[in-house]
Design a protein around this ligand. Structure first.
Ligand code: GTP
Ligand code: IMP
Ligand code: MG
Length: 339
């Protein structure tokens, strides 16, 4: 598997961060590259009881032998970037991080507009991170690029060249997606979507690899999908029901309460199809079946949990290779070898 892409299959916050962190440690990719929109994303990971959240850098930061790259398609907010370098100091990220010099830059005016504009903030319920307005300026060809920002100079690189060269040498490259399929500008519930496509093909383009260079696409689904912001959510449950089931969550970036729903098999099937999924990762299985908490061996899963996984495989028609059963990195069942 020389290159693989991990994307969210629902509305973001599927727990991609924790799946990527596991893969980063287990598979030891030499490059971990981030695609996606920009700092609207929040990925959180639990490492030895401590929570780390990243919005700009790759979530695989804890793998110290990996080069960490941000692809040209991604928006860079220098404030967030430098904050994360500091926040992740203990992982020595500064010496191994690279930003593509062609990334467009989020400026204070973009954040201001994203937070005050009645349509973006009021109707769509954006994250306020400035991504939509910055991508609008990029489409207008007025946005500044990373290479125009003096402070970013030490980190600039050609991500596309680095990744393609690494692949030529047979090195393993992990590409991280952000957001989720339902938030895609093209395939999601427009206009209640983000400012770019979020499918696996977009992630390849974001980091500069052609479709023929992608070996696997892992689509991540959580057992109870969530959605933050406005927009249709056909299987949404009431707040009371979510509380009763103990599945209430709050956003990493905005702190907003996430709307929660039942697993939507038909939606998952369509999402897997357009993403070209070769493998699925299912997270929060312990929320579906409390008895599944912390299980690391598929055969030890309780019957209810196993039946759920089997139903997903049958109805989505893609094998499940990774199953998260708790918040820590090691709370995972890895059955990729059996597929
Ligand atoms: P992405 O945006 O997809 O990366 O997800 P997220 O990081 O935004 O989701 P969230 O902020 O909800 O963070 C996920 C949290 O849930 C992290 O602290 C993970 O360690 C934790 N987590 C991941 N998988 C599981 C799981 O299977 N069960 C439980 N209980 N927690 C999990
Ligand atoms: P924007 O991407 O900030 O413009 O927000 C557009 C929509 O996408 C809003 O509904 C946001 O809540 C949602 N969104 C954007 N990024 C994420 C994410 O990383 N997780 C969950 N929802 C997101
Ligand atoms: Mg998130």
């Amino acid at each position: 598997m020389p290159s693989y892409i991990v994307v969210g299959g629902q509305w973001g916050d599927e727990g991609k961060g924790s799946v990527i962190a596991y893969l980063a440690m287990k598979d030891r990719p030499e490059i971990i590259a981030r695609g996606g929109v920009g700092t609207n994303a929040g990925h959180s990971v639990f490492i030895h009881g401590k929570k780390y959240a990243v919005r700009q850098l790759p979530t695989g930061f804890m793998q110290r032998s990996a080069r960490l790259l941000v692809g040209a398609g991604v928006l860079v907010d220098p404030e967030v970037f430098f904050h994360e370098l500091e926040h992740l100091k203990e992982f020595d990220v500064a010496g191994r991080v690279g930003i593509d010099s062609r990334c467009a830059v989020i400026e204070p005016k973009h954040k201001e507009l994203d937070r005050t504009n009645g349509y973006l903030h009021g109707k769509i319920g954006t994250t306020g991170s400035g991504c939509g307005p910055a991508n609008a300026d990029r489409a207008m060809r007025t946005a500044r690029q990373a290479k125009d920002i003096r402070e970013l100079e030490p980190y600039l690189t050609d991500v596309a060249a680095e990744i393609n060269d690494a692949l030529d040498e047979g090195k393993l490259v992990l590409v991280e997606g952000t957001q989720g399929f339902g938030l895609s500008l093209y395939y999601g519930s427009y206009p209640y979507v983000t400012s770019k496509d979020t499918s696996a093909s977009a992630m390849a383009s974001d980091v500069g690899i052609g479709p023929t260079r992608v070996d696997d696409v892992i689509v991540v689904f959580k057992s109870f999908p969530t959605r933050v912001g406005a927009g249709p959510f056909p299987t949404e449950m009431s707040l009371e029901e979510a509380e009763r089931l103990g599945v209430v969550e709050y956003g990493t970036v905005t702190g907003r309460r996430r709307r929660v729903g039942w697993f939507d098999f038909d939606f998952a099937r369509y999402s897997a199809k357009v993403n070209g999924a070769t493998l699925l990762a299912i997270t929060m299985l312990d929320k579906y079946d409390k008895e599944a908490f912390g299980v690391t061996d598929y055969d030890k899963l309780p019957k209810k949990a196993r039946e759920f996984i089997e139903e997903i495989e049958e109805r989505v028609r893609v094998p499940v290779g990774l199953i998260k059963t708790g918040p820590e990195l090691e709370h995972i069942i890895d059955i990729r070898e059996n597929i």
